[in-house]
Ligand binder design. Structure first.
Ligand SMILES: NC(=O)c1ccc[n+]([C@@H]2O[C@H](COP(=O)([O-])OP(=O)(O)OC[C@H]3O[C@@H](n4cnc5c(N)ncnc54)[C@H](O)[C@@H]3O)[C@@H](O)[C@H]2O)c1
Ligand SMILES: [Zn+2]
Length: 1552
């Protein structure tokens, strides 16, 4: 080792002493200084166990060397003792402090001890505190080794330890004698710890010095180099002569930071006001840290805190957006997180979550705040603060900034007086183009008023990483100074991450092909990548054009999207003749144009495809290129010739305001009636959207004044915008969302249709999200009727008072335009509108919410709304109704819906049939798999995803689904009677038919579906009629299900009581061991006979159980082979469930499982001995064994006392957190009854009519319900009938009978009212459980509901209100069961085929339900007769695809040619319409459904009966639809037979 040179140091004074010394390689001068100035007999060096192995021995050597150099008198007596502490925050404790003190005492350290604290902040704080109290205080020296300690913790004299109550709660002020900041230590500091310290460095610069901040902005790579690249020159940096520029920069940056802290401490040692400035980012940062530590480090939390606090300053008007973005960029550049939503943060913190309430609560108890008075440092610009201390900020502002969602409140100011003048952010399109032009150009260009947003920032970072240009700020950031690199570019060190910035990804793709192999570091290539959505957005046509031109571009993941890898080639971007398809995005064209002058040959670009999209954007590019000195020639037929050359940067370029953004304030004026002036957008604008005011707002009724450079809009009075019947927005596609929300409230004076149709916007399907479909979906949530057009959207205007902000808020899909347009609508929505993911506006207008409030005078509040659920996948045959159910379940669960097929088509921009034709089925399945796999990453939560029927045909997809269902979310198999499916599919010839026979396909796929899913749902038969609520319960696994155990020796005599004993149950268990054939063990034939009779008398699933003697049954344990034979027989007979006892032979069980097909296994264990304890080892063993075998696990024990049931529940609840299979767990005996009440899946039940109970303690369904009610698990609900007149209604009889039979605590009452408003207090009551709705309220009730079902929407009326409740609140949903009553009355009575014709008589509301029911039954032709023909036309328009044929009379020629087989009559029996016998001429007979029920037998029914037709009386239909309602409300099968009995009795009492 060479002789160490005398280092050059800097000194900084603190508290008026030059005690801070900075430099490199300082150990020796430190010892010289301390030994001469603080002579002691004992020096103690305390450090941690990470640092000691690296540095300690050298330091001890240095100490010895110094002693010998100095030739001190007492050299022999001097001692240096060392003590090591475990690294980490947990060492900052009272215990460790005591250990150190004991150590010191044991070493006889006295008052003349001097202590060195060598380490990070933990060592500094801890050891400082030891020094402060040891012997009432001994001198100590700080030797900070972490960056944080160098710039922060070592300075100021604060020392402390933590306690379980909080950090730094016990401590004192104790100033170190010296602070030796030796940057050499940083070499070994882990990178994340360095980054952590940078947060404090950036903080200090932000509050104290713009020039330091600029040093940081420009010094990113140098500073990192100084720290991380190891030098091989010894003692490099110790002297000025050996110090590299990077080292000098690092030193100056650290010194500035340390100096500022030292200055503040000097002026305010005991922290009164000034010192509070250092707390910038810490008020919020500490609150985050309290939750996310130790996963997130202090600096990382402070980094996020600084962003939030800067946003608060911006919101309050102290700070501009430029400063916020600069802060954000610097933090990111040094690798710090800026938001809690970042992937990096989420990966680190896992499931920990910062709710706003929790953060506020923590801030409240923070010692620096005083309860509701939160103190936050307000930046006023980079380098300055609003006050020289922290500023008091109100809770509502903090809450607003912290909240992920925002609620827009309706506009309240005085309209006439409001005139707003505001500038909007710079154009994103122009800013992005200007950045590229200036970067590629020669010279310096001052960009005035560029946009500061995520998008442009991403672009700047990328250009910097490509070493293509230098950026600096002037004028408080109003000006961006770009020094162009003249087109010379280099492969960046790491990949270019572009987030969701579409423009940057397109423009940069061509730019990256300009890197030539000579300038590139060998073999390296440029990778462009983005977030999950970016990875789905198309870039194919551009890449293809460049590939054809010879550029080497490769897709890294999915064909056609980012990430892509660009390899520099010898002759870079070749140029010459190029072709490009321009019908999807004009950005592809711009991308090539911008880089074209730098190609090796002059470029001639021909645009191909049917239509060039968004020509104005291409014109913009051309105009801007001209401003930078390159003139493009446009030839006939969309051909552009671009000369070679270099851009000459104009010294100044003024960026226009963004006209797409401008549509929002103008639209606020339009919708609220205020006046808004934008001073920098006018008729001469480069951007197409500038025409929005004139082309859209004026015709909608606004007053528009436009000059060359300004636009003023005054809206009409609230509620008087007019619809635009047809508007083509091709030249301003981005503005369609703004137009759509205005259309939602646009009405005509007359009662005519208020429809706005916007076309020409097909490209909006491939933006940040599928904007057309999202717009439709979100508008529907407001109660606005909207639908998709092939290249646009159609919207029915609605009265403002009927608008309803969705309970769960608008979901923005990370799309700024969705967020901003719905905030416009929110200005008038009566109860306010929640906008989720409010941050997404940052893409183009980061300060939108601030401007919305401060400039547009709107009111908002913060809402903390996010809760997440795993996505759920629906699989099943085509035609089973996956899509409809998927949508409804998504609605009910507040999740989003996504159809894999549609997604496939959107990503590849090609219809599936075309894809298959071109590439074949195998390629389709492989692609489908790929897309599904990536979806499960990108859409892992909050989605319901439906898959095409054949997804299970491809083994890798099967494996994927299986894995998903076992480890993540649920995979739900939707099953429907295959014959219904076939009929349904045949109805619609336009769907591509499967080449194989459907039955065949079904049989092949059945086991596949079974293998992939963990839940299956039979849409019709399994649990009665399946409703969305039932589905949700099944999916959430909260649905209670019951099975009845049949204990008869022979079930045949009992078949007649089957309808009664199965009331409320979900399955029937056949206890085979209890059967007896003439007193003997029954034969296989006998059992098959019993199964067949059971099937005939009930459609419920069958559980086949042979219970052995040792398990509490009657079957001999010795007959094992016979036992398995029986079970096999059951599987062959199609029993849905088979009970398998787990103690039987493992081999035989295994064989049985192999052949089980789609039968589910209930793996059971019964402990008869009563020795199994629910908290013991045995039950866990049995449980595991059952889990290995069964689809359902059944464990039965015995209860000796009540608490055995509690232990059982604890066991089940614990298991349920870990496994997904359903569990049946009960205790036998009377003491175990509570466990039967609480069990959820397949609780075995008995019925009073059974000969004996299958097990001791068994209860009936009614008893269980009563039990649940009494223990508060089934609250009483009130149900009503709303209508007028209703005195004679049968509904109370239907429902109250059902409630009583099933033991439900509910009650149903009449509520007669003329005026629909009267129901309001009833439906708002928390006890309200639901209602039937009849005339005259079926339509007028709709505005009172939160949502209406697909069926009600199609029919246009609601007859049932359902209440759903979940975490996000309570929702009232409108449903229609009228059609279901008709549907189920017809379905069992007639076979329907493609020839079946139906007739509906009447044109009112009921006839709509009739038409809908016939369509749902699969009819392709529906005759419609009504006296007024106009009604017929209206219905034909309402159901354009239903094959409705209008009849002029009931003897119409059509009827004679092709008579109907189903007649639905919806006219009153009193209308004396003539029924001709021709109606019944179809040779095969038919079904009449009569909706009138007074009298029971109408003329139509009588005449039909004469002709042999089956008649369904009105009263039967009424009962049928009532049963549907009952089932929707209770989720239980209605006790039909008794309800019918009671209704007919009542009917006869009234009418005869
Ligand atoms: N007193 C104050 O004014 C003040 C101010 C800010 C923070 N703090 C305190 O500082 C502590 C955090 O300090 P920290 O971030 O330095 O944590 P730390 O002391 O735990 O150090 C971080 C990690 O880096 C390691 N390390 C440190 N220097 C190293 C080096 N040169 N080479 C290799 N490894 C090295 C450490 O062993 C540790 O694992 C907290 O307890 C905080 O409360 C105090
Ligand atoms: Zn800090």
């Amino acid at each position: 080792m060479g002789e160490q040179p005398e280092p050059d140091v800097f000194k900084v004074s603190v508290l008026n002493e030059e005690s801070i010394i900075l430099g490199f390689h300082l150990t020796k001068i430190m010892f010289r200084d301390i030994l001469s100035n603080f002579p002691s007999s004992t020096y103690v060096l305390i450090t941690d166990k990470n640092i000691a192995p690296i540095y300690l021995s050298r330091i001890i050597d240095n100490f010895r060397e110094v002693i010998s150099e100095m030739s001190l008198d007492n050299a022999s007596k001097l001692r240096l003792i060392t003590y090591l502490v475990s690294p980490g925050e947990q060492s900052k404790s009272r215990d460790t402090k005591a250990e150190i003190e004991d150590f010191l005492l044991s070493k006889a350290c006295g008052r003349d001890t001097c202590i060195f604290a060598m380490g990070g902040g933990v060592i500094g704080d801890l050891v400082g505190f030891v020094a402060a109290t040891f012997m009432r205080g001994v001198p100590f020296v700080q030797v900070p080794t972490s960056l944080l300690a160098m710039v922060d913790s070592s300075i100021g004299g604060k020392t402390a330890v933590d306690t379980p109550h909080g950090k730094n709660l016990i401590g004192s002020f104790w100033q170190p004698k010296r602070i030796y900041i030796d940057l050499t230590f940083l070499e070994t500091l882990p990178e994340r710890e360095f980054t952590n310290g940078m947060a404090e460095v950036i903080k200090t610069a932000a509050i104290s010095s713009e020039s330091e901040f600029i040093n940081l902005e420009n010094g990113v790579s140098n500073i990192r180099e100084a720290v991380f690249s190891k030098s091989n020159i010894q003692f490099q940096g110790a002297t000025l002569a050996t110090r590299t520029p990077s080292q000098s920069l690092l030193l100056s940056v650290i010194m500035a930071s340390a100096k500022f802290k030292a200055d503040v401490v000097t002026h305010d040692e005991r922290e009164s006001g000034l010192r509070g400035l250092l707390n910038f980012g810490h008020t919020i940062g500490h609150a985050i840290e309290a939750i996310l530590s130790p996963e997130l480090l202090h600096g990382e939390c402070v980094s996020i805190g600084m962003m939030k606090e800067a946003e608060i300053a911006r919101n309050l008007g102290y700070l501009n957006q430029v400063a916020v973005s600069r802060l954000c960029k610097v933090l990111q550049d040094y690798g710090l997180p800026v938001s809690l939503d970042e992937k990096k943060v989420k990966d680190l913190v896992g499931k920990k979550f910062c709710t706003v309430d929790k953060l506020m609560e923590i801030m409240k108890v923070d010692k620096k705040n005083q309860g509701d008075q939160k103190k936050i440092v307000m930046l006023s610009s980079i380098g300055n603060t609003y006050e020289k201390k922290a500023t008091i900020v109100s809770d509502s502002v903090i809450r607003k900034i912290l909240s992920p969602a925002i609620k827009v409140l309706p506009f309240t100011s005085n309209i006439s007086s409001t005139h707003v003048t505001m500038t909007t952010p710079g154009s994103k399109s122009i800013s992005n183009r200007a950045l590229i032009l200036a970067a590629l150009g020669n010279g310096t260009c001052r960009l005035k008023g560029p946009l500061y947003s995520d998008d442009t920032q991403v672009m700047m970072v990328a250009l910097q990483k490509l070493k293509g240009a230098k950026f600096e700020w002037e004028n408080d950031g109003e000006t961006l100074v770009v020094t162009g690199g003249g087109g010379s570019l280099q492969v960046p060190d790491d990949e270019l991450y572009l987030g969701n910035a579409g423009t940057a990804s397109r423009f940069l793709t061509t730019v990256c092909t300009l890197i030539s192999a000579e300038t590139a570091n060998q073999k390296k290539c440029t990778i462009l990548t983005g977030n999950a959505r970016m990875k789905q957005r198309p870039i194919g046509p551009l890449v293809m054009a460049l590939q054809e031109n010879g550029s080497q571009i490769r897709y890294v993941e999915n064909e056609g999207s980012l990430p892509i890898e660009i390899t520099p080639s010898q002759n870079k971007f070749k140029g010459g003749k190029m072709n490009l398809s321009a019908s999807i995005s004009s950005q592809y064209v711009t991308s090539i144009l911008l880089s074209a002058p730098y190609a090796s040959e002059p470029v001639t670009l021909s645009l191909t495809g049917d239509k060039v999209i968004s020509q104005p954007y291409i014109d913009m590019t051309i105009a801007m290129m001209e401003s930078f000195g390159i003139k493009i020639e446009r030839l006939e037929g969309n051909i552009y010739r671009i000369p070679q050359g270099k851009y000459t940067n104009p010294s100044e370029y003024v960026i226009e305001s963004d006209t797409s953004s401008a549509t929002y304030p103008l639209a606020v004026a339009a919708i609220t009636g205020i006046t808004c002036t934008l001073p920098n957008i006018g008729t001469t604008s480069l951007q197409g959207d500038a025409a929005f005011a004139v082309k859209v707002l004026e015709p909608m009724g606004c007053t528009v004044t436009q000059t060359e450079t300004s636009t003023t809009v005054q809206g009409p009075p609230i509620g008087s915008l007019r619809p635009l019947p047809n508007i083509d927005m091709e030249t301003m596609t981005d503005a369609f969302l703004t137009a759509s929300v205005l259309a939602a409230v646009a009405l005509n004076n007359e009662e005519k249709e208020c429809i706005t149709r916007i076309t020409g916007i097909a490209n909006q399907r491939v933006k940040e999200c599928n904007r057309i479909s999202v717009m439709v979906h979100e508008l529907n949530k407001f109660g606005v009727i909207a639908s998709e057009l092939p290249d646009g959207i159609q919207i029915h205007g609605s009265k403002i008072q009927f608008l309803k902000g969705p309970v769960d808020g608008v979901k923005c899909h990370d799309d700024h335009r969705i967020a901003m347009s719905f905030s416009v609508l929110g200005c008038v929505v009566p109860d306010g509108t929640i906008i989720r993911e409010k941050k997404c506006v940052e893409k183009t207008w980061p300060e939108w919410w601030d401007d919305f409030e401060s400039k547009l005078k709107m009111n908002t509040v913060g809402i903390d709304s996010e809760s997440h659920h795993d996505s759920i996948i629906f699989i099943g045959m085509r035609g089973v109704g996956k899509t409809t159910l998927g949508r409804e379940v998504a609605n009910a669960l507040n999740q989003e819906f996504l159809d894999l097929d549609q997604h496939f088509e959107a990503i590849l921009s090609t219809p599936i049939p075309n894809f298959i034709e071109e590439h074949g089925w195998d390629a389709f399945r492989a692609k489908e798999f790929e897309i599904l796999r990536s979806l499960l990453n990108t859409h892992a939560s909050d989605y319901i995803i439906t898959c095409g029927g054949g997804v299970v045909e491809y083994p890798p997809s099967r494996e994927l689904l299986k894995q998903y269902s076992q480890n993540h979310g649920d995979v739900v198999h939707i099953v429907r009677d295959i014959n219904d499916v076939i009929r349904y599919l045949n109805r619609d010839a336009s769907r591509p038919s499967l080449s194989e026979d459907l039955l065949h396909v079904w049989n092949r796929r059945k086991p596949f579906y079974n293998e992939c899913s963990n839940i299956d749902i039979n849409t019709i038969n399994t649990f009665g009629r399946m409703t969305v609520e039932n589905l949700v319960e099944i999916i959430r696994k909260t649905r209670r299900t019951f099975f009845i155990s049949l204990t008869f020796p022979d079930i045949t005599p009992a078949l007649k009581i089957m309808p009664t004993i199965t009331h409320g149950v979900d399955a029937i268990e056949l206890r085979v061991d209890l059967l007896s054939e003439n007193g003997d063990i029954p034969s296989v034939e006998y059992i098959c006979g019993q199964l067949a009779s059971l099937r005939r008398s009930s459609s419920l699933p069958i559980i086949f159980t042979v219970r052995s003697q040792s398990q509490g049954g009657k079957y001999p344990d010795t007959q094992e082979t016979e036992y398995f034979n029986l079970l096999e027989q059951a599987i062959k007979n199609g029993c849905e469930y088979v009970d398998v006892e787990i103690h039987k032979s493992p081999t035989l069980i295994e064989n049985l499982i192999k052949m089980k097909g789609d039968t589910k296994i209930i793996a059971s264990w019964h402990d008869l001995t009563g020795t199994m304890k629910w908290d013991g080892e045995e039950v866990r063993r049995k449980f595991r064994a059952a889990h290995n075998i069964g689809d359902i696990i059944k464990i039965v024990g015995r209860a000796k006392c009540l608490s055995d049931n509690f232990r059982l529940r604890e066991f089940v609840e614990w298991q349920q957190q870990h496994i997904k299979k359903p569990i049946i767990a009960i205790n036998m005996d009377v003491e175990g009854q509570l466990s039967r009440i609480l069990n959820q899946t397949f609780t075995p039940v008995t019925h009073p009519l059974l000969p004996l109970k299958a097990a001791p303690g068994q209860l009936s369904v009614a008893e269980i319900h009563k039990g649940l009610h009494l223990i508060g698990q089934l609250p009483k609900k009130k149900f009503y009938l709303f209508g007028n007149p209703i005195v004679h209604s049968m509904s109370p009889t239907i429902h109250n009978t059902g409630f009583e039979i099933l033991g439900l605590p509910h009650h149903y009452d009449l509520f007669e009212s003329e005026n629909v408003e009267a129901v309001k207090p009833i439906i708002e009551d928390i006890e309200f459980g639901g209602a039937s709705v009849t005339i005259p309220h079926k339509i007028s009730i709709i505005p009172f509901l939160d949502q209406i079902s697909v069926h009600s929407k199609s029919i246009g009326a609601v007859n049932t209100i359902i209440v759903t409740e979940n975490e996000t609140g309570r929702k009232l949903i409108g449903e229609n069961t009228d059609w279901l009553g008709i549907f189920y009355s017809i379905k069992p009575l007639i076979e329907i085929n493609s020839e079946t014709v139906g007739l509906v008589i009447g044109g009112g509301g009921t006839s709509r339900a009739g038409i809908y029911a016939l369509h749902q039954l699969g009819l392709q032709t529906i005759y419609l007769y009504n006296r007024t023909q106009a009604k017929i036309e209206e219905l034909k328009n309402q159901f354009p695809k239903y094959g409705i044929v209008g009849l002029s009379s009931l003897s119409d020629e059509q009827i004679k040619q092709k008579p109907p087989q189903i007649i639905v009559s919806t006219i009153p029996a009193t209308s004396n319409i003539e029924i001709p016998y021709e109606l019944f001429a179809s040779g095969k007979g038919g079904v009449i459904v009569e909706m009138a029920y007074k009298p029971r037998r109408t003329q139509l029914l009588e005449k039909g009966a004469e002709k042999g037709w089956i008649g369904v009386e009105g009263i039967q239909v009424l009962i049928e639809q009532g049963l549907c309602q009952f089932e929707e409300w209770t989720g239980r099968r209605a006790p039909r037979n008794i309800i019918e009995e009671n209704v007919y009795r009542k009917y006869n009492n009234i009418y005869s």
